[in-house]
Design a protein around this ligand. Structure first.
Ligand code: DX5
Ligand code: ZN
Length: 256
């Protein structure tokens, strides 16, 4: 199982330092969330961040493009140092062409599907993909609550990958904490993106990553354990989610 820390939850004043901490703690790749305020109701970061990160880490930089017309930005991100692109199925009328364009740049390519999108839309394109990203929250904000109904879809995508004998990775993004990580991996995920549960914890990046790994290693989770953990996170998350309306900042307030 691989971990992809999402820098959306990092302290941007110490971004290089936090990414180095994640690298030292054994992160497999760095997940960069790009939002344009149009495809999703939030604005985050662009190619200059990738360019700066390229100077401080050897880890692959995975670029999650939550933007309209991602093809227009491939060259810029490739030049900045992105190693892979994740584009959304939603809103793309020429997805096959988009995938081919990313491949001609020599990049790994993944397709993301939102919580309301069924796994079946992947049938025709999966054989050519390096990765499928199942969004376990609606894209646009960090620190949201994992949507439980996506678990059945994760199992479905895993079956599809196996039936097609593909080596495509299955990655989850959103609301991953020790409890949901365990559920997601049990459902078939092999890569987990985590923002708040890595960069938002009081005891540092390494401790947070170790907690995620330990949770996944544990054989099973009891229902009681799961809800105990969820209730604890829910109270913190709700305080933030209450105001998610497009005007809410994408990082939770300090101390929450
Ligand atoms: C959400 C982003 C995620 C986000 C996850 O639109 O794609 O990558 O950073 O953040 P957490 O782990 O806080 O849910
Ligand atoms: Zn993401």
């Amino acid at each position: 199982m691989k971990l992809a820390p999402s820098i959306l939850a990092a302290d941007f004043a110490r971004l290089g330092e936090q990414v180095s901490e994640a690298e030292r703690a054994g992160a497999d790749r760095i997940h960069v969330d790009v939002m344009d305020g149009h495809f999703v109701p939030n604005i985050s970061m662009g190619a200059p961040i990738v360019k700066s990160l390229r100077q401080v880490t050897h880890l692959p930089l995975e670029t999650h493009l939550m933007i309209s017309d991602p093809d227009f930005f491939f060259d810029e991100f490739a030049k900045a140092g992105s190693d892979s692109f994740i584009v959304h199925w939603e809103g793309n009328n020429n997805l096959h062409r988009t995938i081919q364009r990313a491949k001609t740049l020599g990049k790994r390519v993944g397709v993301a599907i939102n919580p309301a999108t069924p796994a079946s839309v992947l049938e025709e394109i999966l054989p050519g993909l390096d990765l499928v990203l199942v969004m376990t929250v609606n894209p646009g904000f960090g620190h949201q609550h994992f949507i439980d109904s996506t678990l059945a879809k994760i199992r479905g995508v895993r079956r599809m990958i196996e039936q097609m004998k593909s080596d495509c990775e299955l990655e989850l993004d959103g609301g991953i904490d020790p409890a949901t990580a365990r559920l997601g991996v049990a459902a078939g995920a092999d890569v987990l993106v985590a923002g708040s549960s890595i960069f938002g914890e009081h005891d540092g990046v390494e401790a947070a990553m170790n907690r995620l790994r330990a949770a996944i290693r544990a054989q099973s989770i009891t229902r009681k354990e799961f809800y105990a953990s969820r209730n604890c996170h829910r109270s913190r998350r709700l305080r933030f989610e209450g105001g998610v309306d497009g005007s809410t900042p994408w990082r939770r307030p300090r101390g929450h």
